[in-house]
Design a protein around this ligand. Structure first.
Ligand code: XMP
Length: 518
């Protein structure tokens, strides 16, 4: 890897997007809190720094400031919004307190030839209060807008730049190009952060960590656990035992798919545990959502413990933790949120077992995880699968969970997702698009209604269809699906799935609803 970028986070809501944009240029970067210890930041040997935006004014009491080691390093710096103001303040320029905020589109015009911003005018996204009144000594104004005479500054000799707008967001169409220029042309990074190089480095790291010891992994069929396991498999071969628990709460064809995918990996040792009866017994007569989740989590851990014992109690456990989880958990507490649902990571870590963790995806974004999965030869349906909750169909089978009702739900779900995929509305081409469907599934409702089928009265259950678009799963909008597709799905479900005579479409967003029904 030639060159990495350190991004210092001053509290902007867009910081993670900056990191994604740099990775898209195929350059490794990491996000650090602005006041992270210098040694920690310098451990990645950055060849350049990006300073994020943030909510403060440099004149606030206790406002975040630019740490001295950044300038001392002599490496290129790009300050974005607050990052630009912190840079200006540190170098003796003047930041003017805002009379009013500037928020929204602005048109900037390059006022000087420079390596960051191409000549001419372009639209950018502004979201700032304070602005630069006079750049620090050695800096020139590189671009101006009607409201921000100093929209971009640069000290070309020292390779230090600042922009008042946000190049990282989609609303700045030329922003990707600016970041590319900063990272490749100004910092001199080589775009070599590719799936192949990620795999090579991960393998070295995994081998160094586990040596000749045995490793255990649990796969759920989900993207992250599958890719993490396939990487560890590639690194340590037969030292890895992979456990797949069939809980009975899986989607149609999921068990066969996992078996086939892992059987195809060279030297794979997949232990499939058929625990359907155990789970169904444990869930017998349980209808309360939180109780379902608790029982499933506990049952899973018990089965997993048994397997660990019979596999010689390996010292290491594979976890599919990805970079956004790491960033999220490192973020300062944003007030104690109320518990809406217990999110058991089924297939995850049994708290009281003393494993050392192997987390090969710890520094990867989701799109990188998918690219690595494809490069490792995992099937594309698995790599491009939509998220699936740990408790599986249990939280979509409202009311009592029985084998028969689960079959009904599986069949309806397969029709719905199959039709969406066939219409090009779900899967590889849409999962990563901002307006594409992020999650779509069927829910079986414990209500019966009257229908008529072939002159016969029916009194059967209803299926609700749910399809949402979302960026982060914290909020979500219901997807406006084409009516002819909804009609086709409803027709097929009522005709093909025994015991269902009515289909409804869920048009609630989150909030106030949640994505899953339980
Ligand atoms: P909600 O229903 O809270 O779901 O809007 C947000 C996202 O989280 C998924 N989800 C889970 N994921 N374990 C998980 O790993 C769980 O217990 C769980 N419950 C919900 C849900 O599918 C959606 O993507």
């Amino acid at each position: 890897m030639t060159g990495s970028i350190a991004i210092l986070d001053f509290g902007s809501q867009y910081s993670q997007i900056i990191a994604r944009r740099v990775r898209e240029v195929r350059v490794y970067c990491e996000l650090f809190p602005w006041d992270a210890p210098a040694e920690k930041v310098q451990a990645i040997e950055p060849v350049g720094y990006i300073l994020s935006g943030g909510p403060n004014s440099v004149y606030d009491d206790g406002a975040p400031f630019l740490p001295a080691y950044v300038l001392d390093s002599g490496k290129p710096v790009l300050g974005i919004c607050y990052g630009m103001q912190a840079l200006t303040h540190a170098l003796g320029g003047r930041v003017a307190p805002a009379n009013q905020r500037e928020y929204g589109f602005a048109s900037i015009e390059a006022t000087r030839n420079n390596p960051l911003i191409s000549s001419g005018t372009q639209d950018v996204w502004m979201s700032h209060g304070d602005r630069i009144e006079s750049p620090p000594p050695g800096f020139e104004t590189l671009a101006s807008s009607a409201n921000s005479p100093v929209a971009a500054i640069g000290d070309l000799a020292h390779r230090r730049y600042g922009v008042q707008f946000h190049p990282e967001v989609q609303h700045t169409p030329g922003g990707k190009e600016m970041l590319r220029r900063f990272v490749l042309d100004i910092c001199g990074c080589t775009p070599d952060w590719t799936p192949e190089s990620i795999i090579t480095q991960s393998i070295e790291r995994i081998q160094a960590q586990v040596g000749g010891q045995r490793v255990l992994s649990a796969v759920s069929g989900g993207v992250d656990s599958s890719v993490a396991t396939a990487l560890v498999q590639r690194a340590v071969g037969s030292q890895l035992a992979t456990v797949f628990v069939d809980t009975g709460m899986l989607r149609q064809g999921e068990r066969a798919q996992v078996e086939a995918a892992f059987a195809a990996l060279p030297g794979a040792q997949l232990v499939v545990v058929d625990a359907v009866d155990t789970f169904l017994n444990a869930l017998h007569n349980v209808e309360e959502p939180e109780q379902k989740r608790k029982i499933i989590g506990e049952t899973f851990i018990r089965i997993f413990e048994q397997q660990a014992r019979s596999l010689g109690e390996p010292k290491y456990l594979v976890q599919g933790t990805i970079y956004p989880d790491v960033i999220e958990s490192a973020a300062p507490e944003r007030g104690k949120a109320q518990r809406i649902k217990t999110h058991h990571n089924v297939g995850g870590l049994p708290q009281d077992l003393s494993f050392e963790l192997v987390e090969p995806l710890r520094y990867l974004f989701k799109d990188e995880v998918r690219a690595v999965g494809e490069a490792l030869g995992l099937p594309s349906e698995m790599v491009w699968r939509q998220p699936f909750p740990g408790p599986g169909l249990a939280v979509r089978c409202l009311g009592a969970i029985t084998r028969e009702r689960l079959e009904r739900l599986r069949a309806a779900d397969a029709i719905f997702t199959g039709e969406l995929t066939a219409a090009g509305l779900l899967g590889r081409s849409t999962l990563d698009k901002p307006d594409g469907i992020s999650q779509a599934f069927a829910v079986l409702l414990p209500v019966r209604s009257v229908g008529v089928m072939g002159d016969q009265r029916t009194y059967q259950e209803a299926v609700a269809l749910r399809a949402v678009t979302t960026q982060d799963f914290m909020t979500a909008a219901w997807a406006p699906l084409p009516h002819d597709l909804l009609a086709r799905v409803a027709g097929r479900i009522v005709n093909e799935v025994a015991g269902v005579n009515r289909v409804v479409y869920d048009i609630t967003s989150k909030p106030p609803a949640t994505i899953e029904w339980e």
